[in-house]
Design a protein around this ligand. Structure first.
Ligand code: VGL
Length: 195
């Protein structure tokens, strides 16, 4: 099988966008750009994965139960839905992560497809060797996914025009990008991605 590229859209869900409970500053801005990337990958017949945070009401991820975050992306709520402006091409595979009380679910590599298949296995069985990653948030789920991908031997390109960060501490996103690059990630913007 010929090795191929895949697009990974991380957690572009209402709670991470404007008006959400864990709003990422300027998070909505990724939506039109990600739509262009999705058109590009779909037109070449390349796989697209969209991850979602999908937490139970009680999880160690939330402040009330010892975590650091406000309640967000609770299973079945409006806040957990994908941003309504996303135009997912047919065949987009949803990857669900953080769906049990003990899991933080930062990395897409903790996630599974609707049939319960592990994300990494899915990529390998589909002959994917290069991930193009965008979404929310740069300094958490995007970076955790990119670093896991590199550890597991995938090539990674971070789509710098399609990510935004939380920046709990100023500079967190910049530091996260540096760490991804130090670990081997490439960076690109829409016009630079040649598939
Ligand atoms: C995320 C903070 C908490 C993310 C998830 O999707 O990047 N950030 N939970």
């Amino acid at each position: 099988m010929e090795a191929k590229s895949a697009l990974v859209v991380i957690d572009v869900q209402n709670d991470f966008c404007s008006g959400g409970t864990l709003e990422v500053p300027d998070g909505d801005a990724v939506v039109p750009v990600i739509n262009r990337y999705m058109e590009k990958f779909a037109s070449r017949g390349l796989p697209i994965y969209a991850s979602r945070d999908w937490h139970p009401e009680t999880t160690k991820h939330f402040k009330a139960y010892g975590g650091v975050w406000p309640v967000h992306c609770v299973q079945g709520t409006k806040g957990a839905e994908f941003h309504g402006g996303l135009k997912f091409p047919e065949g987009t595979v949803v990857i669900t992560e953080g769906d049990t009380p003990d899991k933080e679910g930062y990395s897409c590599f903790e996630g599974r497809d609707p049939e319960g298949r592990d994300f990494g296995e899915l990529l390998r069985s589909g002959g994917v060797d290069h991930l193009y990653i965008g979404g929310l948030a740069t300094d958490y789920c995007v970076s955790a996914t990119a670093l896991d991908a590199l550890k597991e031997g995938f090539k990674v390109t971070l789509l710098t025009d399609a990510v935004r960060g939380v920046d709990l501490k100023p500079g967190d996103s910049e530091r996260a990008v540096e760490e991804m690059k130090e670990n081997g990630a490439l960076t690109a913007t829409l016009d630079e991605v040649k598939l």
